[in-house]
Each structure stands twice: as C-alpha cells, then as structure tokens.
Write a protein that binds this ligand. Structure first.
Ligand code: NAD
Length: 471
C-alpha cells in the first residue's frame, strides 16, 4: 500500500488560475526565451537529478520495486542524457532555419523561427514516473516555455519527492509541479494552456483531447495500445528469445512499448518458447518472486485486472500470483481467447500471449485488424519480409530484431499514430514539438514589381506564366 498522499489535496480553481496567470506574466516578460536562461535552467534540472539520484531511485523502488539498474537506465540516466543532448545542441536547434525563396519575391529571404508556445501543461503516468514527467519538461525548457507538471497519483513516493525537488529548484512562475488525481487534472484542463503534453492511456487521452479542443490548444498525446511482435523463422533464435524476454518483463511489463503479444511463425514456436523459458530462468531465477531484478505491479486494481487475463488462455510458464505483494510471475500463454480482455485491451503487465501464424499475410492482417500500435517489433533476417511488414502496417515506431531499443535512440522521434497518439519527442524532436515553427518572409525595399497591384494592367496570361515559372 502507498502510505503517502498527494501534497496539495483540495486544490482550487482559483489557485490554479493564480499559478497560471503568474506563468503567463512571466512568459510575457520574455525571460524564458533567452538561450542562456534556458541553458541555466537545464543545468539546474540536471544538478537536481544528480544531487538526489539516490533518493529518486529509492522512491522508484518504493513505488514499483524498480531495480537500481533499471531505475537509472530508464529513468534518471535517460533524463540526464536528454538534458545533456539539449545543452549541447540548444544553440543550433534554436537557429532560424532558412528555406528557399522563389524569384517572384525578389528581393527577399525566408526562414522558420522556432517560437516557444508559451505556457505548457505536462501530465504524466505512473509507469516511468521520472522519465515521463521530466523528459517532456526538458523539451518545454529547451524550447523556452513555462510549465505546470501533473504527475500520476499512483507512483506517490516518486510524485511526492519530485514535487518537492522541482518546486524547490524552480520559481513557481516558471515551473510548478502540482500533485493530484482526476479532480486536480480536471481543474488544470479547464484552463487555457498554449500546449498540452499528455502521456497515459488512450481513453484518458480522448478526455484530454476534448478538453484541449474547447480551448483550441495544440496537444501531444503519448498513448498506449497493443504493440505486436512478429517473429519469422529466419532469425537468430537465441538473441530473439533473449531480447523479447528482456523487453517484455522489464518493469514487470508495465512499459507502454512492451511487446504486448507475439505473432510467431508456427514452425518456430516451440523452439522459441523453449529458449524464452530458458532466459526467463536466467534473468529471474527458479522463483522469480525472490528476484531483485523483478519489480511489482503498481497497485491492487492493476493486479486484479491482470490476474483475470491468466484465465483467458493456457499458461505455458509462470502464472503464479500474490496479491498482498502485488506479484505476478513472468508468464507466457497460448491458446488465448481473442475476444477476451487479454487480446482486446493493452496488457501492461508480465503476461505474454503467443499466437501462431501459418503465413505472413495472416500475421499482417491480424496486426491491421487492431488499432495502430505505439510500437511494432519484427524479428527476421529476411529483408523482403521486413519491408513487406513495414509497408503494410502502421505503428508509432518499429524496432527490427530487438525490443524497446528504438526508444533509446534520441535521434529518432518517439510517439504514436492513430489510437497510440499524436506528436513525437526526444532530443531535437522535443525541441520541435514544444515550439511553433513561425514562418517568416523578409522582403527588402530595394525594388517593386508592378504586376500584382490594381488596376491589374497585366493580362491573366502573363500572371499565369510568371506564377508557373516563379513559384
Ligand atoms: P492514465 O491515462 O490512467 O493516467 C495518466 C494521467 O492522467 C495521470 O496523471 C492521471 O492522474 C490522469 N488522469 C487519469 N484519469 C483522468 C481523467 N479522467 N481525467 C483527467 N486526467 C486523468 O494512464 P496510466 O495508468 O497512468 O498509464 C498507463 C497508460 O499510459 C498505458 O496505456 C500506457 O501504454 C500509457 N503510456 C504511454 C506512454 C507513451 O510514451 N506513449 C508511456 C507510458 C505509458
């Protein structure tokens, strides 16, 4: 049970409005746009993470029993790497980007200028409660915005700690963290922000999108879904099994891009399952419950939801549970009922259904019968098959012959498509996402062309010719 509570229960609309108005005034002062200021704030965020690394990892352990290796690699270290990249590249990212100017405009130059949106709202989930709150914040800072942060109410130790740290590190008029659950989020969503960055479920994403639409606020929605993993016969069996087991059971499967289900060529299924069982034992031992490397389910509600999935097919390995400890063993399943929750909803836990396919067409059709996923995994050495899957399916991102690792490449945009989200971030993509690309055409007073002005002495024929040539 979580013993902590959110620090600002009974938040009122007036309090939210006061904070937001202060942030609007601060943004209007132009202070946040200065590149040196942005760098300084990134440095402060970095120092905050470094100074409190141990406390942050401890809070993550309390909330999710995250092993320190996972806590560093996927949370603290991930954010630090994002900050370092932003510090290194801020100047070049912020430079105006020149574009061509057709001769018709002579004499002129054209460029896009990255403008901060202004006052940003960031809403985060509980599964990577540091990374998914602070990586978007890096984007907001580097692009020159102010921000209000709303962490998840489920990872309360982390939420309490980060709220304290963030609110001590930054002035409220610049960055303010507000804890709370649905009512507090609703209060925030009632206000007019200039940009909303939401990470969470598809269902809540729709609520956020509707609230944003009322104010015509642009959004990034980083949502979830069922990420398929297609396994061909032409693979390195050992690495395939190892990489799938790792990607599925890290953070006990509570990862938005975890492989949700396997689609395996029936010819290789038994061999793959045998290898996966081997690696599950290698990683988590004979009794995974005793393994320090395996975390826990966030709360009883999610534990109960996941437990019912164990009845939606046959357990190959795993299946043990302990509600008191919120423990579910890493589990492989087969013969799952495609109409039941396990194959209708995002699993978001340590249960991996394995579905066989006879030919690739069936596997592709199966993927396409579901909503567009956040991630899609392909294991194959056959380039033709890889290209076919890439061409014939849609997903936020694709990782070939590995799991999760596409997200760890900060040069790639990370985000969904369709039901799995709108907008993408990380590295420079975060800078772009949190900026409006202002189009600028800069003309000179050097010459004046008479063609466009009334009373339109030039014939339509001439203007057609000029436009044809010049645009
Ligand atoms: P969630 O949608 O329940 O909650 C996310 C945030 O929304 C929380 O801060 C919560 O307080 C708030 N919220 C919840 N209900 C609300 C409501 N009715 N009105 C307003 N705000 C509300 O998601 P979660 O359970 O915290 O996280 C799990 C989901 O997030 C999964 O679907 C997962 O795939 C997805 N996710 C996506 C990414 C990504 O990067 N695309 C990353 C992590 C998690």
């Amino acid at each position: 049970m979580n013993t902590t509570t959110a620090t600002n229960k009974n938040l009122t609309a007036e309090e939210v409005q006061t904070i937001l108005q202060a942030q609007r005034d601060y943004f209007a002062s132009n202070a946040t746009k200065d590149l040196t200021f942005r760098k300084k704030k990134l440095e402060q965020l970095k120092q905050m993470m470094i100074d409190h690394e141990v406390a942050i990892m401890d809070a993550l352990h309390k909330d999710l029993r995250k092993h320190e290796f996972e806590a560093y690699a996927t949370e603290v270290g991930f954010v630090l790497a994002d900050i370092n990249k932003a510090l290194k590249n801020l100047k070049s990212w912020a430079k105006p980007r020149k574009v061509k100017t057709p001769p018709f405009h002579y004499v002129a130059s054209s460029y896009t200028k990255s403008d901060p949106y202004g006052n940003v709202l960031i809403i985060a989930p509980w599964n990577y409660p540091v990374q998914l709150l602070l990586a978007p914040l890096v984007g907001a800072i580097v692009a020159g915005n102010t921000a209000i942060l709303k962490p998840s109410e489920y990872a309360l130790h982390t939420s309490n700690l980060l709220t304290k740290l963030v609110n001590e590190t930054f002035d409220a008029q610049y960055i303010k963290m507000i804890e709370g659950a649905v009512p507090e989020t609703e209060l925030l969503l009632n206000e007019k922000f200039d940009f909303i960055f939401f990470t969470g479920s598809t269902n809540v994403g729709k609520i956020v999108y509707q609230a944003a639409a009322k104010q015509l606020t642009p959004v990034a929605l980083e949502l979830g879904g069922k990420s398929p993993c297609i396994v061909d016969t032409d693979i390195h069996l050992d690495y395939t099994a190892k990489r799938i087991v790792w990607g599925k059971f890290i953070n006990v499967g509570q990862t938005c891009i975890a492989p949700d289900y396997l689609l395996v060529d029936q010819k290789i299924k038994d061999a793959l399952v045998a290898k996966m069982k081997f690696y599950m034992k290698e990683f988590f031992g004979e009794n995974p419950k005793d393994s320090e490397a395996l975390g826990r389910i966030i709360n009883e509600g999610h534990f109960d939801r996941l437990s019912t999935y164990l009845e939606h097919g046959d357990v190959i390995v795993g299946g043990q549970t302990d509600r008191e400890e919120k423990y579910i063993a890493p589990t492989l399943m087969e013969n799952v009922d495609l109409e039941k929750g396990i194959m209708q909803d995002e699993i978001f836990g340590p249960i991996l259904p394995i579905i066989e396919y006879g030919n690739l067409r069936d596997a592709i059709d199966f993927v396409n019968s579901k909503s567009k996923p956040l991630a899609l995994y392909i294991f194959s050495k056959n380039d033709k098959k890889i290209d076919r899957i890439l061409d014939e399916t849609s997903a936020g991102g694709v990782c070939i012959n590995d799991t999760l690792m596409h997200m760890a490449n900060g040069h790639l945009p990370f985000g969904g498509v369709g039901d799995s989200g709108i907008g993408a971030y990380h590295g420079k993509h975060s800078f772009d996402l949190f900026s409006h690309q202002k189009a600028v055409l800069h003309r000179s007073f050097l010459i004046e062309e008479p063609i466009r002005y009334a009373p339109y002495k030039f014939s339509l024929k001439i203007i057609k010719k000029i436009m044809d040539w010049a645009l």
